[in-house]
Design a protein around this ligand. Structure first.
Ligand code: NDP
Length: 267
């Protein structure tokens, strides 16, 4: 690795617990690619100037995390279709002429992890708990993948309705009283971060359900524990985190790292 390292990083606030640097260091090593990776924990008023300075100084790409995913989409010169549909960007990438592209790789990361779990989303019936940026990215990807139906249940009804109108697809509806059991129940709320479980009726989950918490956790989250108690197969979001990091690496460098060793070893 003799060339100058491509400058990449993650921007958000706070960033004390980010796992992105270790994932990206391992990807760069695996691919024999020189990449420096910085952690930019910037307060609210500094977000746009920090991004502009980063790219003006030759930066190659940024991962964007809470609370800046929407502002990242707004400040970029162009955006991918998946970022526009999600209304949020978690990747910024410098383009050939120095312009900045906004992208969203949450959905593709989620679909790759579903594949590992041998869950085929085609024609499946999905319940989406939560209606924030991650729910939007994942719902868009599920629609692309041919999902049968997505019922959205969120603490604040207004946000669920905004997600449904943003998706603009008759397969995405508010969860009705007679939803029955779902093939896949996704916890796309941030409740697990507060060690809480979002409210949902027991009947959504059965023995054939895959219950997936987007939050990555070393121990089962309250959502995973409850779903397992109802007979479901469960997963946390570590695999998705690794896959979306690999996809952002691909967006920046055009090389896709092998995620298997990282998913198994880095944890
Ligand atoms: P947002 O802040 O955009 O949305 C948060 C959502 O959680 C909202 O729907 C909110 O409801 C809901 N919520 C928050 N607290 C509770 C609670 N106590 N009970 C019920 N609902 C609650 O966050 P994101 O969509 O960006 O992220 C959601 C989660 O997904 C985060 O925990 C994040 O760590 C995880 N994530 C994981 C990724 C991975 O790669 N594994 C990638 C991206 C995100 P309301 O609208 O009512 O406020």
């Amino acid at each position: 690795m003799s060339e100058a390292p491509a400058r990449c990083g993650v921007i958000g606030f706070p960033l004390a617990h980010t796992r992105s640097p270790e994932l990206h260091r391992a990807f760069a090593e695996q691919c024999g690619l020189a990449q420096g990776y910085s952690v930019l924990a910037v307060p609210d008023s500094d977000f746009e100037p920090a991004v502009r300075t980063f790219f003006a100084n030759g930066g190659c790409g940024l991962n964007v995390t809470l609370p800046y995913k929407q502002r990242a989409l707004e400040l970029a010169d162009s955006a991918s279709e998946r970022a526009v549909r999600a209304g949020a960007a978690n990747v910024l990438a410098r383009q050939a002429l120095g312009t900045v592209l906004a992208d969203n790789v949450d959905g593709v990361g989620f679909l790759r992890d579903l594949k590992r779990l041998q869950f085929d989303p085609r024609d499946s019936k999905v319940c989406m708990l939560g209606a924030g940026g991650a729910a939007a990215g994942v719902t868009g990807a599920l629609l692309e993948a041919g999902v049968g139906a997505v019922g959205v249940l969120n603490r604040s009804v207004g946000r669920a309705q905004s997600l449904i109108s943003r998706m603009d697809d008759r397969r995405v509806t508010e969860l009705s009283g007679e939803g029955g059991t779902f093939d896949l129940v996704i916890n796309a709320t941030s409740a697990s971060l507060a060690n809480e479980c979002p409210e949902f009726p027991d009947e959504l989950v059965g023995r054939a359900t895959l219950a997936y918490d987007l939050v990555y956790a070393r121990e089962p989250t309250p959502f995973m524990q409850r779903a397992a108690g109802l007979g479901a197969r469960v997963s946390d979001g570590w695999g998705m985190l690794v896959e979306q990091a690999a996809e952002s690496f691909f967006v920046w460098h055009g090389v896709r790292p092998d995620t298997d060793p990282l998913r198994l070893e880095t944890r």
